[in-house]
Design a protein. Structure first.
Lengths: 204, 204
């Protein structure tokens, strides 16, 4: 049982753009649902209409999320990823670029949907972002591995609703092992969370 | 700048039930959006209708997500939490109970919205779930702390679409420090991810 791996097609330019816009609208809806004070009756009425829209989208359903789309730059992305994927409504999304010298980096802002302690980012959300960015830094070495260990050090709370910076870089490779380090930095330039990860490449 | 902490009211029974149902419909919509093959035109049409529904929910908007609601058991919960919160659409949600002997545990299933490697849970999502459950185990000692360090050891991939178990327990307390351990276990009874965390209580 469970979900089987399947061969997946990429999306064409029109579908990528439409699903990216759809995900953006669902992010706005999600934030509105967490903050609404419109009352039980209005929430129930909106919920009924959502069920009908879900049915329309589900009229044709893929077996698994698409992997790649065609962005404006023409570069394929992991577009349904829950951290970085533009078509995944739960992704902030964190739009990660990898520089020629192998630094994975993104500027991003987290809404109150991602709140843990009052007015701060949930520690697990910071962990999720760092896992993704360190993984992309490791992959920038040309070797793709699975996360083996991830260590997070929380230096101070990470604020919601302000621009954050996340950066990571592979520090060394030993056989099938790739080590990477990274951090999230707040708008005052101070590091809020540091991370170190070990990724292990599958045996050939 | 950023989000300021605010005093927050709890939700009454009717509003808790209505927002819980609304979040469930948004989770179904989110999964449909990630899997839809209905085409660019239909996705754009649905997106337009969503914007109108978001405006209805936003007609009255709280300054911050509510903290507590009244569940069927009458026990207050952190209802907008991005991991465990029933009214937060990005939360699976992981419905965590704490046993009288201090074990925080939950059975949960993750949809393809949470996919990392093909057919498996994103490593950062597992980290997010473990941070939350270890934090609740630490809080079960009667002391509330912030995450200081979180170490994750990925033993094998965590499957999507099947029942998973997560359990955690505080292992010891030293002054303002609380240590906790936990793991996610797959349906075959094998541990997929282990975690150790240190939580530090604020100075009085």
């Amino acid at each position: 049982m469970g979900v089987e791996p399947t061969v997946r097609d990429g999306l064409d330019r029109d579908e990528t753009a439409a699903l990216t816009a759809l995900a953006a609208r669902i992010r706005e809806l999600t934030e509105a649902a967490v903050l609404t004070g419109a009352g039980a009756g209005e929430a129930a009425a909106v919920a009924d209409e959502l069920a009908a829209l879900t049915a329309r989208l589900s009229a044709v359903r893929r077996a698994a999320p698409p992997f790649t789309g065609t962005g404006e730059s023409g570069i394929d992305r992991q577009i349904a990823n829950p951290v970085a994927g533009t078509i995944n409504p739960i992704a902030p999304p964190v739009d990660i670029e990898v520089t020629p010298d192998g630094i994975a980096r993104a500027e991003f802002t987290l809404s109150q949907v991602y709140e843990g302690p009052p007015a701060y980012v949930h520690g697990g959300v910071s962990a999720m972002v760092l896992d993704q960015v360190l993984g992309m830094a490791a992959a920038a070495t040309g070797n793709h591995g699975m996360t083996a260990t991830l260590e997070l050090r929380y230096r101070r709370p990470t604020p919601l609703g302000v621009p954050l910076l996340v950066e990571a870089k592979a520090s060394r490779t030993e056989g099938r092992k790739i080590y990477a380090d990274g951090a999230i930095t707040g708008p005052d330039g101070r590091v809020t969370v540091e991370a170190t990860a070990l990724f292990v490449m599958p045996r050939r």
